[in-house]
Design a protein around this ligand. Sequence first.
Ligand code: UD1
Ligand code: CA
Length: 460
Amino acid sequence: MTLEAIILAAGKGTRMNSNKPKVLHSIGGIPMLEHVVDAAMLLEATKVHVVVGYGAGQIKAAFSAEKHKDEIFWATQEEQLGTGHAVRQALPNLEYNGADDLIIVLYGDVPLTKSTTLRELVRLAGNNKLSVLSLVAENPTGLGRILRNQAGNIEAIVEEKDATEAQRQIKEINSGIMVAPKSKLINWLGKIGNSNQQGEYYLTDIVALAAIDGTEITGLAINDGMEVLGVNDKEQLAALERHYQMIKTTELLQSGVTLRDPNRVDVRGSLSCGKDVEIDVNTIFEGEVVLGDKVVIGANSTIKDTSIGTGTKILTGTSIDGATIGSNASVGPMARIRPGTVLKDETKIGNFVETKNAIIGAGSKASHLAYIGDAELGESVNIGAGVIVCNYDGVNKHRTIIGNNVFVGSNSVLVAPVTLSDNAFIAAGSSINGDVPADNLAVGRAKQRNIPGWKRPIKK
Ligand code: UD1
Ligand code: CA
C-alpha cells in the first residue's frame, strides 16, 4: 500500500482581509500549509501534492526556500470551482503503485490535526474503503453534515446550503479530511457534477457515489474540534494559535520545565530544554532554541535560534538572536545579543550592552552600556561602562581583537581595526585607533587643563 496526500490550498481566504494567501498565515511561527505538509510527511506519504490557485506564486516562493521544497508537487487550479474540482487538478501527477494505493485529502487551512488521528483514518481506509473524519459539533453551522442510514452507516454528506431543515439539525459534521482508494477516487471524481446551491464540484459528493457502488464507508468521529478547525478569519487564526501554544506549553510542563505562567510563553519554532529550566512570563522563543540544564529565562525576553549552556541566567527584557552561549553566564537585564555572538562560559553581559558577531572569551565582562561588534575578546577581559567598538568606518566593517585579561576603561572608543594585546590597560575616556602591545597602559585622550578664575558666560 502506498499513500499520496493532496492538500487543498487554492482558496483566497477573503475573510482574512489580507493580501497574503490564507495558507501562508502562521500558527506558532510556521505557515499553516507547512503544518499540513509536515503532517503528510509524518504519514510517510510518498508524494505530497498541493493544489494552489489564489496567490500560487507567493505560496510556491514561500516554500522554495523551506525545508519541504523538494517534496511538494504543485498543481494549479485556475478557477476555484469547488473542492472536488480542486482534487481533480492533482490527479495527473499521481503515481500508480498498485491496486491498494490510497489518497488522503487534507486542507491547507486546517493545520492542527493530530498525526495519530490521521494515521487512524488511513488505517480505517485499509483495503479499498473510504474513511471520513467527522466531528460531533455543538454548533455545526456552515459545515457539511454527515448523513447516516438507520444502521448507522454513512450514506452521504450534504452541504449546509443544500441541506433540508431536518438535515441541518444533524450535529455530526464533515471535517473535509478523507482517505480514499486512489482508483475509486479518480472514478468518482469523474462522475460528480455541480448542480447544487453553490454551483461547485463538491468533493463531498464522492461519499454518496461510494455508498451507491457498495464501497464500505467508515467514519472516524473525533471530539476535539480544534483538531479540525479550519481557519477562515483572524479570529479563528488567533484561537488556533492559543490552542497550539497550549499544546506546546503542556509538553514543556510535562517534560519538567517550570513555566511561571503557561499562558504567557510563546513557542514559535522548536524549544528543547534540559532539566530544571525555569521560564518567566512574556517570553518568546523563535526558530530553534536549545536550553541546557538549570537555565533561567527572565521575564519579557525574546530568544531566537540560540543555544544556552548549563546554569546560565538570562535576565529580564533581554533580546537574543543567533547566539551561542556557554554555561554559567549572565546576560541582561535589557541586553541585546545579535547574530554571530558567542558568549563563552561564565561571561557577564549587563544592561544596555549590545553585541554582534563577537566572541566574548570565558569570564569576560561587559556590565553596562557598551557596543561590541565584529570583535574577538580573550578571557577575563573587562569592558567598562560606555565602551564602544567602532567597527564601521562608514563604508566597511573592521575587526577588533582583544587579548586575555585586558581592561578597557569606561567611555573608551576602540576604532577598528585595532588589536589590544594581553594585559593591556586602556585609560578611561580613551579614543584608541592604534594597536596596544601587551602589558601597556594606553592613554588616548587630551591632557586635562585647569584654567583658574574662569568666568561663566553671561546672558545677553
Ligand atoms: C468544506 C466541505 C464541508 C466541510 C468543510 C470543513 C466541501 C464541498 N465541503 O466546506 O463539507 O464541512 O469544508 O471545513 O468539500 N479549496 C480549493 N479549491 C476550491 C475550493 C476550495 O482549493 O475550488 C480549498 C480551500 O482553499 C480550503 C478547502 O479547499 O483549503 C476547503 O474549502 P472551503 O471553501 O473552505 O470549503 P467549505 O465550504 O468550508
Ligand atoms: Ca472552510
